[in-house]
Ligand binder design. Sequence first.
Ligand SMILES: [Zn+2]
Length: 210
Amino acid sequence: MRPLQFPAAPPARMLLRPCLTGSAMPSLLGHAAAGLALNAAFTNGHAPRRTWVVATLCALAPDVDWFTAFLHLPYGHALTHRGVTHSLAAAALIAIAAMLLGLRTHLRSPRIWLCMFAAAFSHGLLDACTLGGVGVAAFWPLSHARYVCVWQPIGVSPIPLSAGLFTRFLAALWTEAVWIGLPALLLVTATRAARLRAASRWGGTSLELP
Ligand SMILES: [Zn+2]
């Protein structure tokens, strides 16, 4: 990733408006698909069904910062969209909250801990891969710099959706299908194949979570 250089600070209202009417993220579908795929990969099918729900919520959680668009904070402020809540530190906190609130019976499973953290941080990574919107404060609080990926193949999804933006939404959805949906499907298929192979090697005994 490379740091995103901010232009000289323009009036906050002008810059916050795109957060309200424009676009700055993959759709919720893209983030949810990433959470579901990571859950499938990490838990390998040996986990309660609620881990699917919790992992998906972890993948969506960083966008709770949308309300800050109404606060008229300066451009690039840590609390604005794609700031604090999209950092590695926030991913760790989201994972802790998810485990304590939704998966308390699995607190001893490092695999599920890692799954929740990966699901939460996948959000920031995918946002950094979108062509548009502000960068991600991935290393907050160590650095306030916003980062975007060198390669940004994912189209941004118009939020909120209106009739005029529907074509753009469909185009963004297509890029998500290719660059998020397809890799997610490959990840699920590969981990499932590995699991079946390991099970056959052990005489049909499936592998259990730690
Ligand atoms: Zn986001």
